[in-house]
Design a protein around this ligand. Sequence first.
Ligand code: GDD
Ligand code: MG
Length: 361
Amino acid sequence: MKALILVGGFGTRLRPLTFSCPKPCVEFCNKPIVCHQIEALAKVGVTEIVLAINYQPEMMRESIEKYAREYGVNIICSQETTPLGTAGPLALAKDILTRDNPEGSFFVLNSDIICDYPFQEMIDFHRAHGKEGTLVVFPVPDPSRYGVIVTNEANEILSFVEKPKEFISNKINAGLYLLKTSMIDRIEPKPTSIEREIFPVMAADRQLCAVTLKSFWMDIGIPKDYLAGTELYLAHLAKKNSQELIHGSKFAGNVMIDPTAEIEEGCIIGPNVCIGPNCKVKSGTRISNSVILAGTEINSHSWINGSIIGWKNKIGRWVRIEGLSVFGEDVVVKDEVFLNATIILPHKEIKDSEFAAGKIL
Ligand code: GDD
Ligand code: MG
């Protein structure tokens, strides 16, 4: 089977991390976000994946190739010269998606979605109903930031409205589709939104059906949701008794630590913490509800809560970081600094505390 992953957005809402790395390659629980998807697609027999890219293709290829080889998947980059939106890339890749495709269908994924991907259920349902598309839906309390879907009892989609101003349903588009190749004829190879221009028409033609996701789901494209997604994913691993979680006197709750990271005695790490490769955490440090990306060093007696610390940071002693702070790559924070809800751009050195929340340094 084949799949296309939409990896072309600029990821502006995940800055400053996306200043250094395209959003799909930012690590989520120690693996590029998109590699969670590639692994799950490979498990249901997908062997060829088109990455619909419009910037930084080399970086994308480099960080994904190793995983693609491991999962036995062939990666093809389909490069846009101008951003084609969420539908245009399907038309651009039409030849690849239709060539040698006896199944006659292909997966399409938004690259920033983390869940227990229901790909086999999608395949089975798609084959059974025979319509042009199967979309995954997920119920949320506030659907206004998403595509919203109305279905009937037979799970046919009656209407699709992207980011509606008024409440119509609590079922949102989860950003995972299985589509027949014939639907590509509905799209022109120009900037087109699948959510605003294609799905509403397909719904009106009664050509879309919905699978409801039962377990967790999160679009991790903004820092708050990236951390919420980390908590959900770690809890999901805990439920499966996964070996990927670490236990011991230094750890509290669900914690994932890369084997190459060094955590000294006297630290308390957790709950809901992920620490990347080659990080060093010195004694007496307390980290909770946070993600520390590869190569970062945190000196003794610091305190980090509810924050994302980017790659290769150097955090001093007795530093306190909290309130959804997000640090870019290669940030240096001097001893005893306090930072609350602060965004720090890559390559900055911070010597003074910032008591007011919401600053960008
Ligand atoms: N190749 C390519 N070209 N990809 C693109 C482009 C483009 O011009 N623009 C956006 N993308 C990719 C993004 O990288 C992302 O993987 C996906 O398309 C969706 O874009 P987002 O920017 O993340 O959209 P959203 O989160 O506001 O809304 C979408 O996702 C929601 C679920 O999280 C929509 O599909 C909603 O309907 C949906 O509910
Ligand atoms: Mg998104």
